[in-house]
Ligand binder design. Structure first.
Ligand code: SF4
Ligand code: SF4
Length: 314
């Protein structure tokens, strides 16, 4: 199975998970009841009045330990997810799971179909060339997408703060509270603007989760990275398929860690298409070690100094 097909499966699955988490009470904060719901249970510190009444050292320690375990530790775990992911897998989350990344790729695709380029603003040399297709059908699809996806996102994400049952009740009755209206409209406008105007600029310069993965992936000696088998570089036909496949505008053949690379594997698929299944020049590797067989690694290390460093095409 192609990496891109696998990636679409992981992206859609993660979007479903994000949409369903509040509806299934897996995780949400109920602003009306002021309760955090985790896996169907109210997450509380478990500190009742009897504990506060105990002024002994034992009672104080009990409260401190409970507070640490139920309030501070979960936050530490939550906040360390993206740095840890970045340290181990680079920006793999951005390429394989992030719902916004998936939405931006969809917007890229529709723009490409309609305008012949990925971006609304300008054409790049690595914009793919697609066979001519009915623009009317794609225009209709773009319109439906621009309405349905932001609205669905608005409803689903508002569910993290207002019980989804309440939201649907208000949608059906047509009578909205201010919070629900503001949540749905705010998220919808945000999604619409970022997916039409901002897209991957957001991934590269604005998204905090992306920046954490980027920085930790950059400094990590062990993180997952895209690599080219430079020992076989002569087999490259210069078809530019890898350049065109990259929606992050990285030049995959330039052998350097590029902080914009989201490890999506589109260039791996593109090169396998050109050179034959399994014969492509790109692969994933972990750490700074060489991905090629040991004997060729030695040759690469000697030649490493003059290898051109990656350029970012921005
Ligand atoms: S360089 Fe390859 S793996 Fe990295 S973002 Fe571009 S296409 Fe994806
Ligand atoms: S897809 Fe492979 S063969 Fe084509 S330009 Fe890129 S590295 Fe060379």
């Amino acid at each position: 199975m192609r990496l891109t097909t696998l990636r679409r499966i992981t992206q859609v699955s993660f979007i479903l998970l994000i949409f369903l988490m509040p509806a299934l009470d897996i995780f949400r904060y109920d602003t009306a009841a002021r309760e955090l719901i985790v896996f169907g249970h109210v997450w509380s510190l478990g500190l009742d009045q009897a504990l506060y009444a105990d002024h002994s050292l034992r009672g104080a320690s009990h409260i401190a330990v409970r507070f640490f375990l139920k309030a501070i530790l979960p936050w530490i775990v939550f906040l360390s997810i993206f740095p840890l992911l970045g340290f181990l897998t680079g920006r793999l989350f951005c390429g394989w799971l992030c719902p916004e990344g998936a939405l931006f790729e969809l917007s890229d695709h529709l723009t490409l179909r309609l305008l012949g380029r990925r971006s609304l603003f300008n054409k790049r040399t690595n914009d793919p060339v697609l066979p001519a297709a009915s623009k009317t059908a794609y225009a209709a699809l773009a319109l439906v997408t621009a309405i349905v996806i932001p609205l669905a996102g608005g409803i689903a994400l508002t569910g993290y703060f207002v019980a989804p049952r309440t939201i649907w009740h208000q949608i059906i009755s047509g009578e909205f509270t201010f919070g629900v209206k503001a949540g749905i409209i705010g998220v919808s406008i945000y999604m619409l603007i970022t997916s039409i105007l901002v897209r991957h600029v957001m991934c590269r310069f604005i998204c905090a989760a992306g920046l954490m993965q980027m920085l930790l992936g950059w400094v990590s000696p062990v993180s997952m990275r895209l690599s080219m088998d430079t020992a076989r570089a002569k087999e490259c036909t210069d078809c530019k398929g890898c350049d065109r496949a990259c929606f992050m505008n990285v030049l995959p053949r330039m052998q350097k860690r590029d902080i914009s690379c989201v490890n999506c594997g589109a260039c791996i698929d593109a090169c396998n298409r050109e050179l034959g299944p399994g014969k492509g020049l790109f692969m994933y590797r972990f750490g700074k070690g060489c991905a090629a067989p040991e004997q060729t690694c030695r040759g690469i290390e000697k030649a490493a100094a003059p290898v051109p460093m990656a350029r970012h095409r921005s």
